[in-house]
Design a protein around this ligand. Structure first.
Ligand code: PMP
Length: 452
């Protein structure tokens, strides 16, 4: 073939996560284990299924094929109503006096990524904020999606600026609350957007306490900041859907306008079905109607209408009190299982006497734990033990399916930490983020705020 009109197209930057997945798939070792992804695995190493999802799918039986026509642009009506109740509670949505129902507009989306995508596009175009504040660290999609949205919704010549606020105190393995509020107080301005993880923060597993949430809500009111909640793990932080939604409901009670990006990928193990929702709470019913018309336009142009299968199943579960109860119990059990794995990993590392502090793994919540592993250690884990860890040092606790996997990973961690413990660490100051301890053989994620 001769030259192509696409010869001048540049290669896009490779996606390191996708590359790691391909490497993992090509790895022939029977010992291989991926701690990189965000899915649950059963004891036999297969993708885990939820009993209640199987039951609801069976219950729908042949009806599922009667319901696979195109959904409306906004999505499956019953699913949307139930998804709203899950986030905000039925009482908050429907109460006659203080209910947000008429001021709430919601769209079914293509998973949590689609919810973030729709939300960022809508806000960039319609609020035209000067800046968005993103936690360091965070789910890597946030920077990409906000960057993309900023290309669509510029304020004339002024591009939307992505700024990072301190979140993870890597030295003490806790929330850097003072750093967070300090930077926001000094550098944010009215009408900025503040991105917050509603619960089970990815990747750190560290959430603000209720008092800290109250302080964040007060700060947003005082500075007139727009909060954008991403809620990918409802139920995984505490085992209770309601407790995990506390922060969002607190903001709503405080009269905030806000957005919530929600996904059922994790809370129903519906990963590939791509089921999520975007909710927008506005200050008036008129604003909700206007916003709804704009969101409708974006949704119609982007995907026309969302996928039906997952919405049918989720709606069946959430609208049937018996199944809804079973689902809550199952998520509660998953939460317990994750806490048990965390405990087992800490016990094993303590038994081995692995250098360093590991107790924090037990204090964190949700699927992930954020370690200070260096690039050198991560590389050794892969080449010698066929254990795949993301460059950010994030481990998926949910991937440790059984006791043997915990022992294998702990032993590997013990060896690589001992071997490399002479690697020097030093303190650097990252502009806007303050001091950080990093290894001289550092990972890109230690140095760059936008990695997850
Ligand atoms: N937000 C956060 C915080 C996440 O962790 C994830 C998934 N890892 C998503 C959004 C994307 O969700 P989904 O897989 O449903 O697109």
């Amino acid at each position: 073939m001769g030259p192509s009109r696409f010869d001048t197209v540049h290669h896009a930057e490779p996606d390191s996560f996708r590359q790691m997945l391909s490497e993992f798939a090509a790895d022939k070792s029977p010992k291989k284990i991926s701690l990189a992804g965000g899915m649950f695995w059963d004891e036999e190493g297969k993708i885990a299924k939820m009993d209640v999802v199987e039951k609801a799918t069976k219950q729908l039986g042949p009806h599922i094929w009667e319901r696979h026509g195109y959904l409306p642009t906004q999505g499956h009506a019953s699913f949307i109503r139930q998804a709203q109740n899950l986030v905000f509670s039925e009482q908050l949505v429907q109460s006659c006096l203080s209910g947000i129902g008429p001021r709430l507009t919601s769209f079914q989306t293509v998973g949590g990524t689609g919810a973030n995508h729709l939300g960022t596009l809508f806000l960039a175009r319609n609020l035209r904020p000067r800046r968005v504040w993103i936690p360091h660290q965070t789910w890597e999609g946030h920077s990409r999606l906000w960057q993309r949205a900023s290309d669509f919704g510029s304020r004339g010549q002024e591009a939307l600026e992505l700024r990072f606020y301190p979140y993870h105190d890597a030295t003490n393995n806790c929330l850097d609350f003072q750093g967070m509020i300090g930077v926001l107080e000094q550098e944010s301005e009215p009408d900025d957007i503040l991105l917050l993880h509603a619960c089970a923060h990815n990747p750190t597993g560290i959430d603000p306490s209720r008092e800290q949430w109250e302080a964040i809500a007060n700060f947003c009111s005082a500075r007139n900041i727009f909060p954008f909640f991403d809620m990918a793990y409802q139920g995984f932080a505490s085992g209770s859907f309601d407790d995990d939604a506390w922060a969002i409901r607190h903001f709503v009670h405080g009269g905030h306008e806000l957005c919530v990006a929600q996904t059922f990928s994790k809370s129903m193990f519906l990963y590939g079905e791509r089921l999520g929702a975007l909710h927008l709470v506005t200050g008036s019913t008129d604003a909700a109607a206007r916003a709804q018309s704009q969101l409708s336009r974006l949704q119609r142009d982007g995907i026309s209408s969302p996928p039906a299968f997952g919405a049918n199943v989720a709606s069946e579960i959430m609208s049937n009190p018996e199944l809804r109860g079973e689902w809550q119990r199952e998520v509660g059990m998953i939460h317990k299982r994750v806490m048990t794995i965390r405990k087992a990993l800490v016990e094993e590392l303590t038994r081995l006497g692995t250098p360093g502090e590991w107790d924090y793994i037990e204090k964190q919540v949700g699927m992930f734990t954020c370690t200070n592993l260096t690039l050198e250690q991560i590389d050794l884990l892969k080449t010698r033990y066929h254990i795949y860890v993301r460059h950010s040092g994030r481990l998926s606790i949910a991937a440790l399916a059984n006791r043997a996997a915990v022992t294998y990973v702990a032993t590997a961690l013990d060896t690589v930490v001992r071997e490399t413990s002479k690697s020097h660490r030093c303190r650097v100051t990252i502009p806007g983020l303050g001091p950080r301890d990093i290894s001289l053989k550092t990972s890109a994620a230690d140095a760059l705020p936008s990695q997850s």
